[in-house]
Design a protein around this ligand. Structure first.
Ligand code: UDP
Length: 244
C-alpha cells in the first residue's frame, strides 16, 4: 500500500484524486469514499465505496476496450488506484437515457420509469459554479468546448457504449436506466473515454423489482447505499464479467 500523502497530487475532485505518475503521459487515479450530490450540497463518506467503484469501473473499462472502445484506462495498480492515460478533459458531461428518470423526469414532468420513443442524448457544460447546465451542440460550438468533429465522434461512441453497457448489465439482471460519460484527448489528440463508470454515474435498477442499485439511494436517503453497490459488483462477478 502506497502512502498517498507522499504522492504528487495534480487535482482533487469530489470523488477522486489524481496523482502524477512516473511517465508524464500517464496519471494515477485514486477513488475516494466521499459521496456528494446536488452539486456538493449533500456530502457524506461511505466506507468502501471508493474500492467498489474502482473495481466496477476497471471491469467495465476492460470490457469496453475488448469491444473496440478507446479509453484512458491502462491497469489497476491497487484496489482503488488506476493507472490511466493523461487526457485533456472535454468540459462536457454526456448523458445517455434509456428510461426516463432524474432531472429529465423533473424538468419535463414525466413519470420516472417511462420508456422514451428513442434513446436520449444530452450534453451539459461541465462547470460546478454554474451547476453543470444543460446545453446543446450549438452552444458547445459557440463556447469552443468541442469541435463539430468531436461532437460527431462523442455521440457515435456514446451510442456504442450504451449498447455495450446495456448488454453488460442485462447479464447481471440489471436495467441500465441512464448514465454520464466524459471524454478527453490523449497526447496524440485522439478522443477517448475517461472518468469512472460506476453506480455513482449510472442509474441501475433490478430488472424485475426495479430496486435502485445506484447513487439515487444516497440522493433520496433510501439507505443501503454501499450494500447496493456491493450487490452490483457481486452480480458482475456471478455473471462471469469480473475480468481483473
Ligand atoms: N450524472 C453524473 N454526474 C453528474 C450528473 C449526472 O454521474 O454530475 C449521472 C447520474 O448519476 C445519472 C445520469 O447522469 O445516472 C443522469 O443524471 P440526471 O441528469 O438525471 O441528473 P441528476 O438526477 O443526477 O441531477
Amino acid at each position: 500500500m502506497q502512502n498517498y500523502d507522499l504522492k504528487d497530487m495534480i487535482y482533487e475532485g469530489k470523488a477522486k484524486k489524481i496523482f502524477k505518475s512516473q511517465n508524464s503521459d500517464e496519471v494515477e487515479i485514486y477513488y475516494k469514499d466521499d459521496a456528494t450530490a446536488f452539486n456538493n450540497l449533500k456530502k457524506s463518506s461511505l466506507k468502501n465505496k471508493g474500492e467498489i467503484n474502482a473495481t466496477i469501473t476497471a471491469c467495465i473499462y476492460k470490457y469496453l476496450e475488448k469491444n473496440g472502445i478507446n479509453t484512458h484506462f491502462i491497469k489497476v495498480l491497487e484496489p482503488r488506484l488506476h493507472l490511466c492515460k493523461k487526457v485533456k478533459i472535454i468540459p462536457l458531461e454526456v448523458i445517455v437515457r434509456n428510461i426516463i428518470a432524474g432531472s429529465f423526469a423533473k424538468r419535463l414532468n414525466i413519470k420516472e420509469g417511462t420508456k422514451p420513443k428513442n434513446v436520449i442524448f444530452e450534453i451539459c457544460y461541465k462547470n460546478d459554479e454554474l451547476g453543470d447546465p444543460l446545453i446543446n451542440d450549438s452552444h458547445a460550438l459557440a463556447l469552443g468546448l468541442a469541435t463539430k468533429e468531436d461532437l460527431t465522434q462523442i455521440y457515435s461512441m456514446a451510442s456504442k457504449i450504451n449498447n455495450l453497457l446495456k448488454e453488460f448489465f442485462l447479464k447481471c439482471d440489471i436495467d441500465l436506466i441512464d448514465f454520464k460519460l466524459e471524454f478527453g484527448k490523449d497526447k496524440d489528440s485522439n478522443l477517448i473515454l475517461a472518468d469512472e463508470i460506476s453506480p455513482d454515474s449510472c442509474r441501475l435498477w433490478d430488472k424485475e423489482t426495479h430496486k435502485k442499485l445506484d447513487k439515487d439511494r444516497f440522493r433520496e436517503d433510501l439507505g443501503g447505499v454501499v450494500k447496493a453497490y456491493e450487490e452490483v459488483l457481486l452480480r458482475i462477478r456471478k455473471a462471469g464479467l469480473l475480468c481483473l
